[in-house]
Each structure stands twice: as structure tokens, then as C-alpha cells.
Design a protein around this ligand. Structure first.
Ligand code: THU
Length: 163
């Protein structure tokens, strides 16, 4: 018997003031763009900010549609924008935050499985993990240095599909 997978570490911080200036700025960017969410159906607003290797910050918010499955999560709005506009630049870090209009959201929210799978392909493309910061409307901040592998340990990855 051998261990083929070990748990990845998630660091928890109690307040934004404990974070580096650069982490605070990325979370702040996610918080600001969250307000642009178009979420009349769920009334659940999500903001995502990416820091690219060239220093550019790309932001996305969830965009819903009357035909419910046609909407898109904040994370995929952001990473697909980065992929479309900066196709050769790696994504280094990602901050995600959320707030619900009708109830308090004190803890971090986790990206959905479809977003994690989409994000992990960007990690594979650029051969580097996307350091991830998560925070709810308030409450603790989680930081995963190892990126999506922390939250989606067994990812769909068949390199032969690209040939
Ligand atoms: N949502 C995101 O933007 N990111 C996630 O990872 C999970 C869910 C959005 C989709 C929908 O607009 C709302 O949150 C409620 O599900």
C-alpha cells in the first residue's frame, strides 16, 4: 500500500489586515467587481480577480440568464476573459469573494466543480498552480498556495485529447 495523494494545506487568516498589501489589493479587486454581478435570479453575487504574470489584474462577476444554465460563474467569466485577451500569459493568483443579498455570508465559498475543472486546465497549460484566496462577505480568509489541486484533488486530465 502507498499513499498516492496527500492533503493540500489551506491557510486561514482572520482579517484582511493580516494579508500582504498585494493580497489585500487582489481581494479588494474581487470585492469591487462583485458589485457588477448580474444575478437577479439567485441574488447571490460573486466576484473574481486574477493576477496575471505580467501584473495585469483581470476581473469577472457572475452573469445569469433567464434560461438558467446559460449564465456563467464569476471565475469562468474571469479566466475566459484572460484566455481570450492574454492567451500567452499565465494566471498566477486568484481571489474570489461573494455576498448574498438576503442573508449574511460569513464563510468563504468554494468554486463549483465546473469552475475548478476549468481553472485547472489553465494551471496545466501554464504548468503552474494558481494561488487562490477565498473570502465570504466577511469572516475568515482561506489561502491555498497549491491552487485547484487543493479543492479538486483528482482532476480530469487526458493529455492525449489535445493531439
Ligand atoms: N456562482 C459563481 O459565480 N461561482 C461559483 O463557483 C459558484 C456559483 C454563481 C452562479 C450563480 O449566478 C450564483 O452564483 C448562484 O449559484
Amino acid at each position: 500500500m502507498e499513499i498516492i495523494r496527500k492533503e493540500s494545506t489551506v491557510f486561514q487568516f482572520e482579517t484582511r489586515e493580516e494579508l500582504s498589501v498585494s493580497d489585500q489589493a487582489l481581494l479588494q479587486a474581487a470585492t469591487e467587481v462583485m458589485e457588477s454581478a448580474y444575478a437577479p435570479y439567485s441574488e447571490f453575487l460573486v466576484g473574481c480577480a486574477l493576477r496575471l504574470a505580467n501584473g495585469v489584474i483581470v476581473k469577472g462577476s457572475n452573469q445569469e440568464n433567464m434560461a438558467y444554465p446559460s449564465g456563467l460563474c464569476a471565475e469562468r467569466v474571469a479566466i475566459f476573459y484572460a484566455g481570450a485577451n492574454y492567451p500567452k500569459v499565465a494566471i498566477v493568483e486568484m481571489a474570489i469573494t461573494a455576498r448574498a443579498k438576503n442573508y449574511p455570508l460569513h464563510g468563504p465559498i468554494m468554486s463549483c466543480g465546473a469552475c475548478l475543472q476549468s481553472i485547472c486546465e489553465y494551471e496545466q497549460r501554464f504548468q503552474q498552480p494558481i494561488r487562490t484566496l477565498l473570502q465570504g462577505h466577511d469572516g475568515p480568509i482561506w489561502i491555498a498556495e497549491a491552487g485547484t489541486a487543493t479543492f479538486l484533488p483528482f482532476q480530469f486530465n487526458v493529455p492525449e485529447l489535445k493531439k
